[in-house]
Write a protein that binds this ligand. Sequence first.
Ligand code: PLZ
Length: 454
Amino acid sequence: MTSPEESPASTPAPRLEQTRHLASAIPGPVSRELMSRKQAAVSVGVSTTMPVFATRAAGGIVEDVDGNRLIDLGSGIAVTTVGNSDPRVVAAVATQVAAFTHTCFMVTPYEGYVAVAEQLSRLTPGEFEKRSALFNSGAEAVENAVKIARTYTGRDAVVVFDHAYHGRTNLTMAMTAKNMPYKHGFGPFAGEVYRAPMSYPFRDDPAMDGKLAAKRAIDQIEVQVGADNLAAIVIEPIQGEGGFVVPAPGFLAGLAEWCRSHGVLFIADEVQSGFGRTGTWFAVEHEGVVPDLVVSAKGIAGGLPLSAVTGRAEVMDAVHAGGLGGTYGGNPLACAAALAVIETIEADDLLARARRIEEILLGRLRDLQAGDPRIGDVRGRGAMVAAEFVDPTTGDPDAALAKAVAAHAHAEGVITLTCGTWGNVIRFLPPLSISDELLTEGLDIVAAGLAATR
Ligand code: PLZ
């Protein structure tokens, strides 16, 4: 691995020291000042996990306006997978921004967009001819995947799952499971979206293996929707906001097989789980499942806004000419960044790095779990790992504990995110560029937070 300090001389080194450092309380005075400006200028609807304002970030560190250096266990919600301001991404974007910033691909196209689509054809699962379309956000790409599936199948209904998160636009709010904060008061929502039971091994009956969980979902879909009305199943292979729920082995394959035999498209929302995060390019690969359409975003472009729908050529080309697009979709800067991200993941073997991070995360969290019954479950793959907190006697979700542990980490300079339907899960999403030392130090602080709440 190349640390930011060792990056090639031809690319600008971020020179951000890779150590945690507390120069002030969290938040410090400059962040406090900015937070009061935020309150006076930014809608209260847009909230922040930590009340500190960033100035620079690289490797495994985010530096704030008060000179604090925070350990990054969040990657801006699974976005800066190759590391923040990775020198190769910076150089690619700098070259592109100096050449041209925008023409609109629908007006005068450019090579970068096509090159990203070619790479997606190569990297997504499935040995068949593929096409892609590029967009700006995860939600926008999920919406477009549904549009494409409806056109191809001539059917309306879409099935999503308990605990699912697919975005905040109208259609994707309908697809997202959790009311607060994502949906509350924002309806009415788009129709023809149906919810099926997810495989959630920690909370399912132990006898409910992947096959049975798939059968449970399929039975409900057949009764409540009917395969003939169903365009697609949309599923996160490992759920993100919903709690890093890893379905039981065989669940995804069971659903995919049923889809195939009923002319229903299987769409993998890999917005959070994709692009190397779990140690493979896409998380469905762990289950040997080949989706008809794959949705990418977040990690694809190292922080520049880019998303994609990639899939079977006959499906993607069922749409009428001009039916897909948008002013900024596949913006040239974002495409340049994505090509550099792909090159970086391959050159630095970041898939192996994600698997090494998995060992560290799972190993440490399982050790903690062995001595602390409040950790009900430890799960995840690669650099997408979580601990679920419960009341040890009842098994009920313990959101207050997750919140207290995260607050302790924040005060000590570790960016830690929570998630889960009940808010009782702490998730670990470090950039793959983090050092073992910083990752271990971050985990030490989380462990100390846990001990402090006993
Ligand atoms: N699908 C699986 O994880 C975004 C949301 C943060 P956008 N997850 C982070 C928040 O509170 O808004 C996400 C996801 C999955 C779709 C999306 C949506 O991606 O790029 O945020 O639109």
